[in-house]
Design a binder for this molecule. Structure first.
Ligand code: NOJ
Ligand code: CA
Length: 691
């Protein structure tokens, strides 16, 4: 499945490097990483770009049960090597990804003769490094603290979400690094923020821009067998310090069998916000695909679902009222699911997600119970055999839902039976969910134990040829390369918040691609046409801070190989000419070009459909209206194309006039210019069909 076009891997010892001070250059020499050991044997690094310091001297080090590897270290060995290879993601934003980097492995020794390897990789647009431990007379170690620091050279504009070890569902804020005020923003959290670990701490990935337009992001890659990386912010020193999510024992980050290495710590470094989105360093730092054999079952999937109707309050997940009688509002009933299957079949969607199909929803949310859901027992009004046959006859797959409400051991006990049940009923994708506090108690959603669970689910699902879309997961770190059946994640504040909270502001939606999505796809669940909740209940004030044209554009700007058409069938059937875009847009791509971008402000992306000559463009803006000239210079000069443009109306506005979408068609060719006018909170979507 991966074609290696070119692989050069040279191992060369480097007598030229001075013993205490090492410099690793990126292949194009634009980035230089310098490693230092001071007189006390304390390790640190700095990064320069084109001769200018981007990260001045920043501490390294890690405290383990073997040794405190932050001082009294000596350098005992050095290796340099180079890689230039190209690989093919199973599903992705492009068909081929080049992995070109230089690497440096430094072996450091403590006075007790314990060894730590520091492994650095320098790409042309990013640096990755991690801590590695061989077998050394011990079977295991525990990590108590990681001392990694990121010292910024100036007061960058920063796009950040407050640190919370138990939830990623926070809105983003833009501020100067020196003005980050995470605690204040945690008060905005609903509904399950319980813990404020640090007054000024942020999630990763976090993005930065300086006055010259240099863009950085600090993130992690291949987060395996460890807690997720958060950053404590020293606002005066402009310094970010690793704050890794602990285990249930607050003084321990991880317990690991040897050999072991931490996830990669990553600094992406680019000239523009657009380049940041095209940066594939995080994926390149992940391991190749671990699933062997046929991979044709891992497919891009567009789906609809018995879902939004519960969030808007039309139906319920649960079946019974308090007295145990059917409540009459249970949405996942056979007849209603058939309606969705018919809709999916009629309009070409591959999947129908059904939430609330199984026993357990009467008392699921933060119930404190360790056994909540049964993953093989449908409610009495959900005829799974009939629906399996019905879906099959219509050429549609039902997408399974496994909400665990945080009762993870219960899910693990049932997992094999649940996957077998799925296969018996011909389902090949599952949406998992982990709402609320975790079991075991005191484990965090971002902690080692839960991260390991998520990988176990992906791995086990692969054995059953099942694709996974995890909600309430920890932040993605590029593991979709290694486990391509782990097709998507929520792991941020998605569409659902617009139905029952003060929602997601336009800037939040425009910050996600440059932060959360750097680590992997997001199941944002776009495509809401009825953006006002008073359409369901006249007393409701909630609304989606977006025009309908903006909703269309999200299918291109919010990358995911699993994309939901999230609104109700009846809302789509009212506007067939607008719905057409959602029907046409694919979810897997051979090329991606970011045409313009400013974090939190606007974004336009053109993507080429995989195994096709068709292109799709999505363009979105924040609260400001904007006009863009889109140059179609990426098209094939030998072809003619028919475009369908879905644009905001002249008076569209996300607050008081979200609905107008003007649909126009015209023939175009390479080099033509299309002018787009985006309303406040608006957008535009374009289908470009090769003729
Ligand atoms: C939260 C998920 O993000 C949402 O999509 C789902 O409907 C609910 N949990 C219930 O499982
Ligand atoms: Ca959620």
């Amino acid at each position: 499945m991966r074609i290696y076009l070119l692989l050069i891997c040279l191992l060369i010892s480097s007598p030229k490097l001075d013993a205490q001070s090492k410099i690793l250059y990126s292949p194009d020499h634009s980035l230089a990483l310098q490693f230092k050991l001071d007189k006390r044997g304390k390790p640190s690094y700095s990064i320069s770009r084109k001769g200018k310091k981007v990260l001045p001297n920043s501490k390294l080090g890690i405290l383990t049960t073997l040794q405190d590897f932050s001082k009294q270290l000596t350098l005992t060995n050095t290796q340099l090597y180079q890689v230039d290879s190209t690989w093919m993601p199973v599903l992705g934003e492009e068909a081929y990804i080049r992995d070109q980097h230089n690497a440096l492995v430094l072996e450091l020794e403590s006075p007790s003769k314990h060894k730590l390897k520091l492994h650095f990789k320098a790409f042309n647009n990013g640096i990755g490094f991690r801590y590695e431990f061989d077998h050394q007379g011990a079977d295991s170690l525990s990590v108590m603290r990681e001392f990694t620091e990121f010292q910024l050279a100036e007061d960058y504009t920063t796009w950040w979400a407050p640190s919370d070890w138990d939830s990623n569902e926070h809105t983003y804020t833009q501020s100067l690094l020196s003005k980050i005020d995470a605690a204040k923003h945690l008060t905005d959290i609903e509904p399950f923020n319980q813990y404020i670990p640090n007054t000024h701490a942020v999630q990763t990935p976090v993005a930065f821009r300086n006055s010259k337009g240099l863009h950085l992001a600090i993130a992690e890659a291949a987060m395996v067998d460890y807690g997720a990386l958060h950053l404590n912010v020293d606002r005066k020193k402009l310094l970010l310090k690793a704050s890794v999510t602990p285990t249930a024992n607050p003084s321990i980050i991880s317990k690991n069998k040897l050999p072991f290495h931490t996830p990669w710590r990553v600094i992406l470094i680019d000239d523009s916000a657009a380049n940041l989105l095209e940066n594939r360093t995080i994926l390149n730092l992940n391991e190749p695909c671990k699933i062997t054999g046929d991979l044709s079952w891992i497919k891009p999937t567009k789906y609809v679902g018995v879902w939004w109707e519960m969030h808007v309050g039309k139906g319920s997940w649960h079946y019974s009222d308090k007295s145990g009688k059917p409540n009459g509002t249970h949405a996942a009933n056979t007849q209603n699911v058939k309606r969705y299957i018919d809709f999916a079949a009629k309009y070409g969607f591959q999947g129908v997600l059904v939430e609330g199909w199984n026993v357990g929803w009467e008392d699921w949310f933060n119930s404190g119970k360790e056994e909540v859901f049964n993953f093989t027992q449908p409610y009495p009004d959900y005829d799974i055999n009939e629906l399996t046959n019905y879906a099959k006859s219509k050429g549609v797959s039902i997408i399974m839902h496994h909400e665990t409400s945080g009762a993870v051991p219960s899910y693990e006990r049932q997992m094999d039976a649940a996957f077998q049940y799925m296969k018996k009923h011909q389902m090949s994708a599952v949406k998992t969910g982990y709402v609320g506090y975790l079991f075991p108690k005191k484990e965090w959603h971002d902690g080692q134990w839960f991260n390991t669970h998520l990988i176990r689910v992906a791995q086990n699902a692969a054995n059953y040829q099942i694709m996974v879309n995890a909600h309430e997961a920890s932040r993605p770190s590029g593991l979709q390369r290694t486990w391509p059946n782990w097709v998507s994640n929520e792991a941020a504040r998605g569409m659902e918040y617009n139905a029952w909270s003060k929602g997601n502001n336009p800037s939040h939606v425009l910050t996600l691609p440059f932060t959360r999505l750097l680590g992997g796809p997001m199941d944002y669940t776009p495509g809401i046409f009825e953006t006002r909740m008073n359409a369901y209940d006249p007393n409701k004030k909630e609304f989606i801070q977006s025009t309908v044209a903006n909703q269309l554009a999200l299918y291109v700007t919010m990358y995911s190989p699993l994309q939901m058409a999230a609104d109700l069938p009846e809302n789509y059937e009212k506007r067939p000419e607008v719905f057409q875009f959602i029907r046409d847009v694919p979810a897997d791509w051979s090329e991606t070009h970011v045409l313009n971008a400013a974090i939190g402000d606007y974004l336009t992306i053109a993507r080429k459909q995989k195994k096709s000559d068709n292109w799709f463009i999505g363009s979105i803006t924040d609260e400001e209206s904007r006009s863009f000239k889109i140059n179609l210079d990426f098209l094939d000069p030998a072809k003619n194309y028919e475009t369908v443009i879905y644009a905001d109306g002249p008076d569209s506005h996300y607050v008081d006039n979200p609905y107008p979408v003007e649909v126009t068609k015209k023939m175009v060719k390479k080099g033509d210019i299309i002018t787009l006018q985006l309303a406040p909170g608006g957008g535009a979507a374009i289908s470009i069909f090769a003729k």
